[in-house]
Structures are given as C-alpha cells and as structure tokens.
Design a protein around this ligand. Sequence first.
Ligand code: BGC
Ligand code: CA
Length: 329
Amino acid sequence: MRKIFVMTLALVLALASCSFADVKIGAGIYRFNDAFMLRFRNAMTAESGKLGATIEIADGRDDQPTQDAQIDGFLSGDVNVLIVNLVDRMAAQSVVDKAKSANIPVVFINREPSLEVLNTYSKAYYVGAKAEESGVFSGQLIADYFKSHPEADKNHDGKLQFVLLRGQNGHQDMILRSKYSVETIRDAGIEPVELAGAIANWDKLEAMKIMNAFIMSIGPENIEAVIANNDEMALGAVEALKAQDYNAGNPEMYIPVVGVDGNASALEAMDKGEMLGTVLQDAENQGAAAVRLALALAEGRDVNTIGYPITDGKYIWIPYQKITRGEKQ
Ligand code: BGC
Ligand code: CA
C-alpha cells in the first residue's frame, strides 16, 4: 500500500512539475473592471506561472466587437489555446467556429454557452459553477434567517417581502440565481413577495442607486430582505441602507442582505454585521481548472488527468459553498 502511495505521489509530482514553457494561452475577459473576474484572472495567472506556461489576457471592455477583434488577434498570432469569458453569451457560436477553423482549442469560463454550441467542436469546453446551485444557497440563507428570527417578518403577515438586484441581462447566473433563490424560499414554506426588482449589471454603484430609489419609494421599514445576484450589488445595497442608518448596529434597523461570490469585501461586511451572508464562488479553483484544461488541450494530452473531473465530456463544475459570518456551511 505504502509503496503504491509513494509511487503515485512521485507520478503526481512529476506531472505537476512538467513545464508548459512552449504553450501560450490567449484569454479574453468580458471586462477587467469586475471584482469577481479579477479573482479569476489572478488565479489563471498564478496557475500558468506555476506550470511555466505563458498567458496573455485581454480586456473586452464589456463590448463584444472589441473582444471579437482580440480573439482574431490571438488566432492569427502565436497562441495555442483560447480561454474565453464572453461579453455576450450569444456570440459563443462564432467564437467556436473561428477556433475550430484555426484548430485551436477553446475553454469558455463564467458565461456558459449552450451545449449545442459546445457540441459543434470536439475541442470546446466550459469551466464554471452551476448557477442553479448558487440560487438555491442564497434562498436557503434568507429562509433560514427568516425562520430563526420571527422579528424579520416586520409586517407579521407570514410572508417575506423582498427586493431583488439582478446581474446583467442574459447571463445564466442572473437568470438562474434570481429564479432559484425565490423558489427555494417558497419551497421552505415561506411565501416570497417581490416588492421591487431591477437589473444592476453586477455593479456596486448601480445597485446603490437602485437601492436608494427602492428605499425612497417603498420605505426601508417595509423591506424584509435584499437578494442580490452578486456581492458587489449586495454591497451597493448595504451602502444605501447605511445612509439611512440601517445595518449599522441598531438591531431595530436591520435588513438581511445576501450576495454571491464570497469576495473579501463581502466577508468584511459580514464580519461587521452589515451583510447576512454570501455564496462562495471558487474563482481560484475555476481559474486553475481552466488553465490546466487549456494546457492539456493545447498539448493533446488526456483531459482526464488534470485533477478536475470532466462531466458529460464538456464541463468542469466547481461547487459553491454557503457562508455566513465567515463560516462555511
Ligand atoms: C459573478 C459576478 C460577475 C459575473 C461576471 C458572476 O458569476 O457572480 O460577480 O460580475 O459573473 O460575468
Ligand atoms: Ca412579511
């Protein structure tokens, strides 16, 4: 047993230390100015460095034509593999077509193309997290709080009056987090009532302005929860609430706010009692998995040896985790 273990360990170490010095990854990120994608970029850079590969990362500046031009540049240059965080998920087919005709593998991240699109190219994959799972977890955070805090039902009607801050239109995380958070509350036996909802594009400042407007029109005393599709928007809502002395220490003036991502700034807000909880999205493992998969594809190696399981021949799924007050659940 021990001998086998030592031999396996030696093999794993040999694989881990093999260098990809000749491999160059061309990566397109939908927009650099995004807190979660910054974690993702850092993870990809770190993993590439660890494995001795080169990575060039381009800022799509939230504009699909800009990203298309960057991808064209990568394909006509010297990259061996693409990692793409699409600006617009609907552009996936055209990216796959280009990559396929150049015989360059492509790993999509964070913005999930349809399976039909992935199936048009044997070297097209997706690395991400299941959007539905994050929606269920954020619904559970709110439902658990509501059940253990009777005072959270401010108007004593047994229902949960909430406001919803949504991410960018068309993003699977926006659609499925919104849907499953609310459904999970209902499944927990609490009737959810959406007082107001709006798209805040994953953005803190936009969310703060929208939350301000909600506070003015609805009154903070009538809002029993804030559900945000990500941490940045949750933090924007917290800013708007704090400006009204809510979520600032007085238990009479508190609204539970939940986000998704588990960014450091959200964990800090949770430690201060400003935010109830979040759902950790593991950018570090997603980034490492995307790079390892890209390198295996670039070198024509077996993708089943990279340390992250491939599902349905096309996907690497990294699980989410619920977090309240710094505690993983
Ligand atoms: C994250 C957001 C991020 C978005 C970018 C989502 O998965 O939760 O924070 O802005 O991806 O596409
Ligand atoms: Ca109520």
